[in-house]
Every structure is written in C-alpha cells, then in structure tokens.
Ligand binder design. Sequence first.
Ligand SMILES: [Zn+2]
Ligand SMILES: [Zn+2]
Length: 140
Amino acid sequence: MKCPKCESPMEEVAFDQVKIDRCTSCKGIWFDEFELTDLKEIEGSETVDTGDSKTGSEQNKIDRINCPKCNTQMIRMVDARQSHIWFEHCVTCSGHFFDAGEFRDLKEDSLLDFIKSWFTPERITPPTAWPSSSDSKESN
Ligand SMILES: [Zn+2]
Ligand SMILES: [Zn+2]
C-alpha cells in the first residue's frame, strides 16, 4: 500500500494484535475500519505514532486524497471532542488516515479526560423540601 499523501510505501505495524499501516516517510497512519477505535482503547498504543507532529501539520494541509485501499476520494472529518484534529475518512471502506502526531494527540485527550474524571468531585444534591409533612405551624 502507498501513502495517500506522499506516495511512499507504507509498512505494517502491529500493536497488541491490531495491525495498522504507517508511512515510511511522512509517518502518517492508516487505520482500517475498527482499527482506530480498537487501538484507541489500548493503553500505550500512541507509541505507534512515531512521526513528528510538525511534519504531520504540513501533511495535514493536503486534504484531497484518495483512499489507499479502494481509491475513493476521502472526506475530511474532525474529531468530535478535539476539533483541531482533522483526519481523512473513506466512506466506502470506512478507513481513516491520520497525519503524524494526530493519533498521539487524540490519545492524550482521552487520557486527560480519564484523569479528570478521578478529580471531579461527586456532586451532592441538597435535599429539597425536606421534611415536607410537618411544616404546618401549630399554634397554642
Ligand atoms: Zn506519507
Ligand atoms: Zn476506502
């Protein structure tokens, strides 16, 4: 498979039984359907994203690419939670292409959210209208 952005050969990289394809030159990463969500859930998987995010942001400007698998023109998408992460999605084979550094970025946010959830204090709802039965005042 050839990189859809710089046309260099892509190499297969396996992480915990999930196989992705990474460009040998720009280090962009190709995820087949489900591979992205699968890999995102695995701790430490951001290490597959070995590229320089500077190169990635340069490559990010190339937004008219064809799917390296099925040759459909890919569409631009943004991550729902981190709108600065733009990636390409193929509507035909459901693959995703991430530029170097973008997957790391995506993972950092989920990690941060995970940590945040530990520090968010539990919300205590004050009891309302309590007690409600005995508030009629009795006169002497
Ligand atoms: Zn490339
Ligand atoms: Zn495709």
